[in-house]
Design a protein around this ligand. Structure first.
Ligand code: PRP
Length: 192
């Protein structure tokens, strides 16, 4: 399948977006400690860069969630294939996602987390595709609100391109690009 990658979010823009997110989180959790839970695989780069900007005490863990259904969209069936190893009982937890799309994956995991009795749970997503939501989910910290088939900075297309330092849109050849998804000026960075 032939496709091109078109840069949507530059490394500089990611940098300032993460600075703003970290500033808010440092302020909101001032005087507290936090457990960051990264959702594998997509969140691994975002969480690593976010964690290095946090000045509050943090512990880190990861969960791997597998969803089943069409490749392009999560369906209702989500399973935990690797759970966290830290105890979050009585702790403040921040779940770190690369993308919240339909909301099905994070909604499932938030329900599961309740059984671990944390003191509080919030969600931080680098990208929020809120227009595609199928279940209601509160995303407390949003880096970017944008749509399109995105890769880079942890996001993949068939496991490729996760290592790219910017965020790109996948444009398939012979497919008419949607006007909306090609206009970076329409993307709203929530954190600047
Ligand atoms: C992506 C993303 C979220 C989920 C969001 O994971 O990292 O976990 O999909 O989709 P939803 O809101 O529609 O449920 P993916 O299954 O692509 O796995 P990956 O993180 O390993 O790339």
């Amino acid at each position: 399948m032939e496709y091109q990658l078109v840069e949507r979010i530059s490394p500089d823009r990611l940098d300032s977006c993460l600075n703003s997110l970290a500033e808010r989180i440092n302020r909101d959790y001032s005087g507290k400690s936090l457990v960051l839970i990264g959702v594998l695989k997509g969140a691994f780069i975002f969480m690593a860069d976010l964690a290095r900007r946090l000045s509050i005490p943090v512990q880190m863990d990861f969960v791997r969630l597998a969803s089943y259904g069409e490749k392009s969209e999560t369906c209702g069936s989500v399973q935990i294939t690797k759970d966290i190893e830290l105890s979050v009982k009585g702790r403040h937890v921040l779940v770190v996602e690369d993308i919240v799309d339909t909301g099905i994956t994070i909604n499932f995991y938030l329900e599961h987390l309740k059984t671990h009795c944390p003191e509080s749970v919030r969600v931080c997503a680098l990208i929020d595709k809120s227009e595609r939501r199928r279940v209601e989910v509160a995303v407390d910290y949003v880096g970017l609100s944008m749509d399109g088939f995105l890769v880079g900075y942890g996001l993949d297309f068939s496991e490729k391109h996760r290592n790219l330092p910017a965020i790109y849109e996948v444009i398939f050849e012979n497919a008419a690009p949607e006007k909306k998804t090609l206009q970076e000026e329409n993307d709203s960075c929530q954190c600047s």
